[in-house]
Structures are given as structure tokens and as C-alpha cells.
Ligand binder design. Sequence first.
Ligand SMILES: *Cc1c(COP(=O)(O)O)cnc(C)c1O
Length: 392
Amino acid sequence: MKNYDRIWATVDLDAIKHNMAAMKVNLREETKIIAVVKTDGYGHGAVPIAHEIEDLPYLYGFAVATVEEALILRGSGIRKPVLILGYTFPYCYEKMAREEIRPAVFREDMLEEMGKAAVSCGRPVKIHIKVDTGMSRIGIRPDESGLAFVRKCMETPGIEIEGIFTHFARADETDKTPARQQLEQFLDFTGRIRRELGIHIPVQHCSNSAGIVGLGEANLDVVRAGITLYGLWPSEQVAKDIVPLKPVLSLRSRIVYIKELEAGRAVSYGGTFVTQAPTRVATIPAGYGDGYPRGLSNKGSVLIAGKRAPILGRICMDQFMVDVTGIPEAKEGDVVTLIGPDGDDAITMEELGELSGRFNYELACCLNKRVPRVYVKDGETVYSKDSFRDFR
Ligand SMILES: *Cc1c(COP(=O)(O)O)cnc(C)c1O
């Protein structure tokens, strides 16, 4: 196993399984889960996570944002359904059909082109119709025009309607009224499809993580679990006691330099922090070039030997400084926790998201390819990946 001393993210595959089971307990027996693994599994690594959970009987399949993400899963051997949540461009329709990747469909020209691709490669395209009930992003309207669209889906050769779904804009708020209104519109529409077009679409879905945690009636045939899969919360306002989650990712580095500064010394670019007293300063070899937010300058802290060390001055691209005056045992080479537990304390993605003016989803996605990922199961490293080569 490679040595990742500078910075590394540990991904706890047991925590992924724990979070899946915790969500399932809050769902009806018949409701299955789609694991949302877009943006490389919210920065955690889509492939190892998908393989870890693919065999769970209540896992329906996976959702991604792009066809390339879907093909990465297929290329790694994932066989369960893979759904693309956004628009899919025509250049890949044949490949999509051959690999049985399910597109979200909401434009008539998509239907025509997908139908052709299906016929030419001899496999139907299984589509999920996207309905816009309040997000105003993508999707057909749940009205006459929407019904006409569904009829067109039924009539297009090569197209098989497998699913229909909508997406909540505000399910993560304390007041569930807007989400309930969206749900109601969706159920009315699928009711009309059944009555007026005479078909029952087998896979109906609404809920995202916030719905799973806080809106039981929205959990239909399947639910789409994103942020909660990774043990993170959709927002501050969701109930945190119903589905007990475990954060999956931790981020660590090592102290590379310690020095004693006298009072009056400025630290880092712009001299935004000036020591008021003799201060012991440690340098950490990580920065915004790894996706660690510059917004944490003079605000965040790290854990060293289970204690908080405040960030001094600006975060640089590749390094930043922390105050270890209160941690006399800290020495060069010691492990530093940027995200995750150390002793009795822990730094959460939520805390850093809040402090940096980003949010937890964004923070996870922004941990970039300079950060190697190490996968742990039963306390053992089972797999690791990095992007340290970029040539043939
Ligand atoms: C990203 C996404 C999800 C997952 O959202 P979470 O809040 O992370 O659970 C579900 N559905 C759609 C359409 C999405 O784009």
C-alpha cells in the first residue's frame, strides 16, 4: 500500500453500509434505495462505494449526473440499474442503450433520437420521465402537455417507460408544506396517467435524502439517497434523531514544520494575522489546491492530539499554519485531522461548510484529485486510489 503522508482522505466502507441500513429502517418494506453517486460519490469515490453496496437486496440501483459517470460504473462491473439524473446529450445514446443506462427524459427530441438508437442496436431504452413539480430545473409539466409527452413516450418504438420521478426543492426545511405540495402534484399526475392513459409506471420516485429522513409519505417505490449515504445532513433543519448517520470521510495530513514566533509577527499572505504573544506555529502541507477551503482563513481549526489548533492567517494553495501553543506535545510528523474524529472531538463537513461559507455537499465534492482516497473496512485498508499519474 502506498504511503500517503502529505494529505489523504479515509473512506469508511462500514459507515456506508451502516448509513444504508439506518435509512432502510425508516422506509416501508417495499421501498428500495437508489444510491446517488454523482460527482464521484460526492467526492468519496463512486466505484468502491457502489461495489460495497450493490448486493444489498433493498438497493434498486445507482444514480449519476452524466453518461460518463454511468459508464465508469458499468466499466467497473456494476450491473444494477444506473440512472442519469440530468439531461443526456445525443452523442452517446447507442452506447447508453447497449449498457442499459437509464436516462431522465423530458424533451421530445430526446425520445426520437433515443428511439432510433434503441432500434439500431436492438435494445429498448428504459427511460425515467422527469416531472417538474416546483424545482423549475428540468422536467415536463404535470398537466395536459405532460400527458401528451407520456403518450408520445408510449408510442415511440424502442422506448420503454420504466420510471417517473420528480425532485424536491425544499424538503430539507422545517416546514414541509412546499414539499408536500410537490408530492401531491406528482401523485395527481401519476394518477391521471393511470386513469387517462391506462398505464401504471412501475418505478415512481420523489424522495431525496431530506425526504427519507423527514417525509415518510414521499417514499414511494424507490428513494434517491445522496448526502445521507455519506453520513452527512441535507441541512441544519432536518431531524437528526430518526436516521442515525455516521460520517464516512475523514481528511488528514501531517505537521511538516514547527517554529516559535515572537509577538508582532505576521503569518501568511497579506499578514492578516499578527501574533499578540509568543506563539508556537505549525505548518500543514495542504491548502485550497486540495479543495480545503480558503474561506477557513483565520476561522477554522484542525485537531492535533485530540485538541483544537486554530488556523492562523490565510490558507495558501498548498500550505497553512495553525496555532499549537496550547498543544506542547505537538511535533513535526504528527498526524493532523482536518475533517473527522480525533480523541473526544471531531470536525464535521457541516462545521467547515458553515465556517467557510460553502456547504457540506460542496465541500465534499471539492476535495479534488490531488487528495488520495484510502478505503477502510473492519479497520483494514482494502483499496486506495490516487491520480498521481497523468501520462502514458
Ligand atoms: C443530487 C440529487 C439527489 C440526491 O440529493 P441528496 O440531497 O444528496 O439526497 C436526488 N435526486 C436528484 C434529481 C438529484 O439531482
